[in-house]
Design a protein around this ligand. Structure first.
Ligand code: ADP
Length: 290
C-alpha cells in the first residue's frame, strides 16, 4: 500500500505563494499526470512530498505517516529530478550500485537490460553523458528502483522521439508487471495522455482539476455550427474557448450536455465533438497569472 495525502498545504517562496491550500490524495497503483505550465508549482509540490522542501502549513503523509524527516516513509518513493544526486565522476554502473545501497529492492539485472535497450554504455562517466543520456540514466535508475511510488519530473526533456517512445513503453510494461503509484509531472501532455489514468492540473497555485482522465474529458465538449446559432446555444454556458472562421464558430464548453441542449443543438444544426486532453489543458490554463 502506498497512499500519499496532501492536506491543506501552503508554500511560499520570497513572499510569492507558490501553492495555495492544496488538497490531493494519490491512491495506490494508479498513474497520475501532474500537469501545469512552467512555473505552476509542480516541482515544488513534488519537493514537498519528498521532503526536499518543507511546507509552510498543512501536512503530507505517506500511508498516514508524516513525510517530514521520515526515512521510513520516504524510502517508499523514488523521485527522478533534474538534479543529479550522485558524484559526477561516477560511471553509470556505479550509479546503479549506489542506488542499490539506498533501495534494497533495486533490480540490477533489469537496470542492465534497460541500459542495453536504450544503448546506454554503463562504463561512461556521468559527467560525459549528453543531456538526453543523463535523463536516460535517471529514468533507468527510477524504473529499476522497485520503489512503491515512482515520481518523474519532466522525464523526457532532452530525449529524442525514439527514446521517448521507448520510455513510455518500458514504463507501461513495468507498471503492468508490477503495479505501483506513478506520478508523471510534465507540461508535454500530448505524449502522456494515453498513459495517465488520473489528471491533476495545477494553475495559479491551485489545483483546478483532479479527475479520472476520461471523466475530465467527458466534462467538456466542442460545439460547432453557424455563428448566429452557436451564439444562441452558448449563452449562459461555461465557455473556455471560441474559434471563428467566416460565418462558422466553434466553442468549447465545460459542463454536461442536457437533453434540452441536445434538442436545441439539433434544431440549430450544430455538431458536437470531443476535446483532446492537450487542448483542454491549454484552455484551462491559458489565463496568465494576475
Ligand atoms: P513547475 O515545476 O510547475 O515549473 P516550480 O515548482 O518549479 O514550477 O516553480 C513554481 C514557482 O516557485 C516559480 O515561480 C519558482 O520561481 C518558485 N520557486 C520554486 N522553487 C524555489 C526556490 N527553491 N526558491 C525560490 N523560488 C522557488
Amino acid at each position: 500500500m502506498a497512499i500519499i495525502e496532501v492536506k491543506k498545504v501552503n508554500k511560499t517562496y520570497n513572499k510569492k505563494q507558490v501553492l495555495k491550500d492544496i488538497n490531493i490524495t494519490f491512491e495506490e497503483n494508479k498513474i497520475y499526470g501532474l500537469l501545469g505550465r512552467n512555473g505552476a508549482g509542480k516541482t515544488t509540490l513534488l519537493n514537498l512530498i519528498t521532503d526536499r522542501a518543507i511546507v509552510d502549513s498543512g501536512e503530507i503523509t505517506i500511508n498516514g505517516e508524516n513525510v517530514y524527516e521520515n526515512d521510513n516513509a520516504l524510502e517508499k518513493i523514488y523521485f527522478m529530478t533534474e538534479r543529479t544526486l550522485y558524484p559526477e565522476d561516477f560511471k553509470v554502473k556505479d550509479v546503479f550500485k549506489w542506488t542499490k545501497e539506498f533501495y534494497s529492492n533495486f533490480d540490477s539485472k533489469y537496470a542492465l537490460e534497460l541500459a542495453k535497450k536504450f544503448s546506454l554504455n554503463i562504463n561512461t562517466k556521468i559527467k560525459n553523458l549528453s543531456t538526453g543520456y543523463n535523463s536516460i540514466c535517471k529514468i533507468i535508475n527510477t524504473l529499476a528502483s522497485n520503489a512503491e511510488i515512482l515520481i518523474f519530473d519532466e522525464p523526457v526533456l532532452g530525449l529524442d522521439a525514439n527514446h521517448r517512445e521507448l520510455f513510455y513503453k518500458e514504463l507501461m510494461e513495468n507498471y503492468i508487471e508490477n503495479p505501483k503509484t506513478i506520478i508523471l509531472s510534465t507540461h508535454i501532455i500530448e505524449e502522456v495522455s494515453n498513459l495517465i489514468e488520473k489528471v491533476i492540473i495545477l494553475n495559479n497555485s491551485k489545483i483546478i482539476s483532479s479527475d479520472e482522465a476520461e471523466e475530465l474529458l467527458d466534462k467538456a465538449y466542442t460545439v460547432s455550427g453557424l455563428t448566429e446559432n452557436i451564439d444562441k446555444f452558448i449563452s449562459a454556458k461555461n465557455i473556455v474557448n471560441i474559434e471563428e472562421i467566416t460565418s462558422f464558430k466553434s466553442a468549447t464548453i465545460i459542463g454536461n450536455l442536457t437533453n434540452e441542449d441536445k434538442k436545441l443543438a439539433e434544431d440549430l444544426d450544430l455538431k458536437f465533438s470531443k476535446v483532446e486532453l492537450q487542448k483542454l489543458f491549454i484552455y484551462l490554463t491559458e489565463k496568465e497569472e494576475v
